[in-house]
Design a protein around this ligand. Structure first.
Ligand code: SAH
Length: 358
């Protein structure tokens, strides 16, 4: 068992089973043994690769989308350019390079990063050297200025709870011990008023996931955008209206048992975009339609950009570039699984690349 597995097994032996959310939180962010707290997991030699690590074009398209919004909103200065869960800082670096083409925007931007991992904060400091980023533990402490924010593969790392509908009512999935090993099980049947609405679209045996931290974080972002202006671009894998179990672990680019190596595999769950849209709208912003990543990037002109970059490449570098474009946009790769949604001021047009919420 991993060191964190031993800690959790002792805790479960003493206190009883823990929720999937508490398990996920410890696995990802335990100060000594958490997955993100102790390592840089990205890239070929790591456990998974994200869109900004695949190609600079991803950040460039997001940067241009932010820039168009900034221009449309009267070029507010100063403004907060924020990223939640910035990983290696690659996406923010690509955004900053793209917006250099927009007169005045770089000077007006204050870079703020919401990051829980000390290891990744150090990595971001290296990547964004010269831009003097300010780090935060949460979105609540971002300055009160117009907020232009991106979050790529952040919300999928937030702990989720899982509830199984039984014949008698909802039972929460928990992590307990079976023959000395961590294993999932079902807690007692309990009334969960928050799940009352889900009795209509589920049957006994179905699994429903909730993300307790998501509404508060999205509402805090939305409230700033409603009051002060700006836009939030949220990119992640998931869909509209969660149903079914999506809790998964990735290690060395392979799916593994999420209970086998706590602290040493990336744990994620699909993001419920309906929950994001509800929280943003509740905070007073307009929300776009949920849009597949491939469609969004094509509308922003990624293919024209790919062709321009391709002119300077040949051989293996050209092949890799063509493959990266396909990986970001093709429906069989990331183009359809990943979705994008934006929160923006009600008095403004939807950001480029999006339709308004129907
Ligand atoms: N956006 C980056 C990294 C995605 S991985 C990219 O696309 O490459 C998830 C990121 O969110 C990591 O930087 C991780 O440390 C951070 N993170 C995870 N949970 C967090 C939390 N609760 N608060 C702040 N940051 C968190």
């Amino acid at each position: 068992m991993t060191p964190l597995g031993q800690i959790l097994a002792r805790r479960i032996a003493a206190d009883g089973p823990m929720s999937v959310a508490d398990y996920m939180a410890d696995c990802l962010l335990h100060p000594d043994h958490g997955y993100y707290a102790t390592r840089d997991p990205f890239g070929m030699g790591g456990d998974f690769t994200t869109a900004p690590e695949i190609s600079q074009m991803f950040g460039e398209m997001l940067g241009l989308c932010l820039a168009q919004n900034w221009i449309d909103q009267g070029r507010p200065a100063p403004f907060v350019l924020a990223e939640v869960g910035p990983g290696r800082g690659t996406l923010m670096a690509d955004i900053l390079r793209a917006i250099r083409a927009v007169p005045g925007m770089t000077d007006a931007a204050e870079v703020h990063l919401v990051e829980a991992s000390p290891v990744l904060r150090a990595r971001q400091a290296g990547t964004l050297h010269g831009h003097r980023p300010v780090w935060h533990d949460g979105v609540e402490t971002l300055p009160d200025l117009p907020l232009f924010l991106v979050a790529n593969e952040f919300f999928d790392a937030l702990p989720i709870r899982q509830f199984e509908r039984t014949a008698e009512g909802w039972a929460e999935r928990q992590v307990g011990l079976r023959e000395g090993r961590l294993a999932p099980g079902l807690g007692p049947v309990t009334r969960y008023p928050a799940l009352a609405a889900r009795l209509g679209d589920t049957r006994p045996g179905d699994l429903v996931e909730t993300c307790p931290a998501l509404p508060g974080i999205a509402a805090s972002i939305g409230a700033r955008i409603a009051a002060l202006g700006g836009v939030a671009l949220i990119i992640d894998y998931g869909g509209w209206h969660s149903l079914g179990g999506t809790f998964q672990a990735l290690k060395a680019h392979e799916r593994v048992d999420p209970f086998a190596t706590p602290g040493e595999a990336d744990l994620t769950a699909h993001v419920d975009f309906e929950a994001l849209a509800t929280a943003f709208a509740g905070a007073g912003t307009a929300v776009t339609a949920m849009t597949p990543q491939g469609v969004f990037l094509e509308r922003l002109g990624i293919t024209a950009r790919a062709k321009a970059l391709a002119r300077k490449l040949q051989g293996a570098a050209l092949d890799a570039h063509v493959a990266a474009h396909r990986r970001l946009t093709h429906p069989e790769e990331m183009g359809q699984l990943f979705k994008v949604i934006a929160s923006y001021p009600r008095e403004c047009p939807p950001p480029p690349g999006f339709d308004p919420l129907p």
